[in-house]
Design a protein around this ligand. Structure first.
Ligand SMILES: [Zn+2]
Length: 403
């Protein structure tokens, strides 16, 4: 058994084995039982048991024989069972539309729906529930959970503390969704979900920053594979930190906030006024951002920064100047300057990142339910069965429409 601590109970060990195996394969890895056993530190018999349970609950599936080597005994490869479950993912970050998708267990979008809104203030928790209902009606597969990405501060209990653009204060969105649909819900900050998507499907590593330079300016940070939340779940909310006390007045009342200097609307306005200095304006903005971030990047020893923004703003001039500034401010012989790149993931980054957050919830549920089982004693039902929500009488499954 992998756990050396004397006090760990069997259910605990079982749950952590399941999580370890799932993390090795998610989203698109393939390994044989023997390889998984080696990586997790389990005997042949123990890994077979774990895999059997995961295949039984449709977390894994057998992929056929390993074709990598022509010699010796070939073994059956295992991968995440993408078709076993569906996830509802909703993105509230757009103006005038709420976007929703059904994804498979690997975070791939298989269907989508949206609800147009006349203005951002029209988005109510009920509208989110309505979109969720429409998405649930599109599949007859079991639903793992629903995730909603919110442009605002969201606490660990899925309470939207504040979302300025939506006009929401203390909205218990997770609770509302769970009450109405009886499936687990996960509500998260949108930038954190973009970072999770970038770490899973894009170029960011376990120590990285996602920097959004759009209508607003904000960041998300991941350290040792965990997204940093902070004391008031507001880590990364750097848009209204003053970087130039003599700078332009900001909507928040202060002067020279990062957002007052760098938001896409602000830069567009300046470029409109002086089109011939476009490159200089964007380079100055990139330099300013590089300078503003150099301390945090060094403080946390990050290895990647992904910058997201409209292509006409976050382009060569902006990124080049930002890179140069970071290099000149933080270079040292004991540290490499972090890799800086423009976010290459498309429009669905937040939807897919949010789906990944729901998948992570499943793994935690398996763990928590196992602990509950061991203390409660009797129930042998698997965690995945407990969280399953089958859409009885639902319409036939729609064929994938994406990718
Ligand atoms: Zn401000």
């Amino acid at each position: 058994m992998p756990s050396k601590t004397l006090k760990s109970n069997p259910s605990d060990v079982r749950a952590s084995n399941i999580r370890a195996v799932f993390r090795l394969l998610f989203p698109s890895g393939q390994m044989s039982r023997a390889e998984l056993g080696r990586q997790v530190g389990l005997s042949r018999m123990a890994i077979s048991e774990v895999v059997a349970e995961m295949v039984g609950s449709h977390l894994l599936r057998e992929m056929g024989m390993d074709r990598r080597s022509g010699r010796g005994k070939r073994s059956v490869m295992l991968a995440v069972d993408s078709e076993g479950w569906r996830i509802v993912s909703i993105d509230l970050t757009r103006r005038f539309v709420i976007r929703g998708a059904l994804t498979d267990l690997c975070g791939r979008i298989v269907d989508r729906t949206e609800i147009p809104c006349d203005s951002v203030g029209d988005v109510l928790p009920e509208t989110v529930c309505d979109l969720c209902e429409r998405l649930l009606a599109k599949t007859d597969k079991p639903i793992l959970g629903v995730g909603v990405a919110v442009p605002g501060i969201v606490d660990d209990d899925g309470m939207v503390i504040r979302a300025v653009n939506l006009g929401w204060t203390n909205v218990p969105l997770k609770e509302r969704l769970e009450e109405r649909f009886h499936i687990p819900a996960v509500v998260c900050n949108d930038t954190n979900m973009a970072l999770l998507g970038e770490c899973t499907f894009g170029q960011c590593s376990a120590n990285s920053m996602f920097m959004s330079v759009d209508e607003g300016v904000g960041a998300a940070v991941c350290v040792n594979g965990e997204i940093v939340m902070g004391r008031s779940c507001a880590a990364g909310e750097i848009g209204h930190v003053v970087v130039d006390p003599k700078g332009p007045k900001c909507v928040c009342g202060k002067r020279g906030c990062l957002e007052a200097l760098l938001s896409a609307p602000r830069l567009r306005k300046r470029i409109e006024a002086e089109p011939e200095t476009r490159t200089a304006i964007l380079a100055e903005a990139g330099q300013r951002l590089g300078s503003a971030l150099s301390m945090s990047v060094s403080l946390l020893d990050l290895s990647d920064i992904s910058v997201f923004g409209p292509p006409e703003i976050v382009g060569e001039a902006f990124i080049g100047a930002m890179r140069e500034e970071l290099e000149s401010e933080i270079s040292a012989d004991y540290r490499q300057t972090p890799l800086l790149h423009r976010c290459q993931q498309g429009d669905d980054l937040i939807l897919r990142g949010q789906a990944v957050a729901v998948v992570r919830l499943l793994i935690d549920r398996i763990h928590n339910d196992a602990v509950a089982d061991s203390s409660g004693g009797s129930d042998q039902q698997s965690a995945s069965q407990q969280t399953a929500h089958s859409q009885k009488g639902g319409r036939p499954h729609h064929e994938p429409t994406d990718e």
